[in-house]
Design a binder for this molecule. Structure first.
Ligand code: CUA
Length: 343
């Protein structure tokens, strides 16, 4: 593993790590400066104004408004500079860029299961190319974990029943530590791994070297058929008794209760596990729950399939919100035709 030239500071190997370090050194610098200033002045005054005679009475001291304002305003400006700087990095770090490559991460006691969008699986290892933006979509099979790559200065909780994301762009090829940073049971300290940053061409070779594995979108398509989703949502997600799914991902959905929701990972998961929670406008509450029938990894595959529908079927996207299907169960099921593979 790489180490840094500064003691106690991990290697800096992502586009954000230098910014996080600069802020951190600023905070440490301000803290060290005032600690030294206050303790120095304290010691100086204790000696200078010590009591010299047993019956000495000091001269009375009146307050100073100027001084009071000065030592209120200066700390306020310093505190706000920390806030503004920190918020700027936080916002940048919490908004994954649109063109990022997506990698799925599933935490479980006590390992990290990782799957690339082309299908390659890894355990406790994450291979990524340098100089490309990577978005991690993370969930847990059991308890709360936390995916932490110190060299990239990124860290986020991984929760059961919810998707969290984080993103990074690695800058230097090498091997870096991967930690679970949330106590998750007996072998928490063993829930570690490595992130291997490769040159982009080397990475592409590595990725195509394991090409036999099925991509999550194709696995999701098979689940979509075997679980019977096709009978209401159509083989290509074109809709029917259920809402159309092609072009759905990332869009606004209008619900029967007059509210709207964004069709993100969390929305799709909820619609599969608890379909009555949010009913799309124009449809009836006819979908059964699939809670317990799909594993977290299968949920990711189905979500990945629904995402893939967006790219390949732009002509059907307009139908999503506009064409309510009959809410009674009389419509004929959509014909089950094998859909073309999408990657
Ligand atoms: Cu997983 Cu600690």
């Amino acid at each position: 593993m790489q180490t840094s030239w500064i003691p106690f500071v991990p290697e800096s190997a992502s586009t954000v790590s230098g910014k996080v370090d600069a802020l951190y050194f600023y905070l440490t610098g301000v803290t060290a400066f005032f600690t030294l200033l206050i303790s120095g002045v304290l010691i100086f005054f204790v000696i200078k104004y010590r009591r010299r005679m047993p019956n000495e009475i000091p001269r009375p001291v009146a307050g100073s408004h100027k001084l009071e304002i000065l030592w209120s305003v200066i700390p306020f400006i310093i505190a706000m500079s920390m806030f503004a700087w920190g918020a700027q990095i936080y916002f940048q770090n919490s908004r994954p860029p649109k063109n990022a490559n997506e990698i799925y991460v599933v935490g479980k006691q006590w390992m990290w299961k990782i799957q690339h969008s082309t299908g390659q699986r890894e355990i406790n290892e994450l291979h990524v190319p340098a100089g490309r933006k990577i978005k991690l979509i993370m969930t847990s099979e059991d308890t709360i974990h936390d995916f932490f790559i110190p060299a990239f200065r990124i860290k986020a909780d991984v929760l059961p029943g919810k998707y969290t994301t984080q993103w990074f762009e690695a800058t230097k090829p090498g091997a870096y530590h991967l930690f679970c940073a949330e106590y998750c049971g007996m072998n928490h300290s063993g829930m570690i791994g490595s992130v291997i940053v490769m040159q982009p061409t080397e990475f592409d070779n590595w990725l195509s070297g394991n090409a036999s594995q099925q991509s999550p979108a194709v696995a999701g398509q098979m689940l979509f058929q075997s679980l019977g989703c096709v009978s209401c949502h159509g083989a290509n997600g074109e809709g029917g008794r259920g809402p159309a799914l092609a072009g759905l991902f990332g869009r606004k959905v209008f619900l029967t209760n007059g509210q709207t929701s964004i069709a993100d990972e969390g929305y799709i998961r909820e619609s599969i596990e608890n379909p009555q929670a949010k009913i799309v406008n124009g449809f009836g509450p006819i979908m059964p729950t699939f809670q317990g029938q799909v594993t977290p990894e299968q949920l990711i595959q189905i979500i990945s399939f629904i995402k893939s529908l967006q790219v390949s079927n732009p002509q059907t996207t307009a139908a999503t919100a506009a064409s309510p299907a009959p809410t009674t169960g009389t419509a004929a099921p959509a014909s089950v035709t094998p859909a073309p593979n999408r990657q």
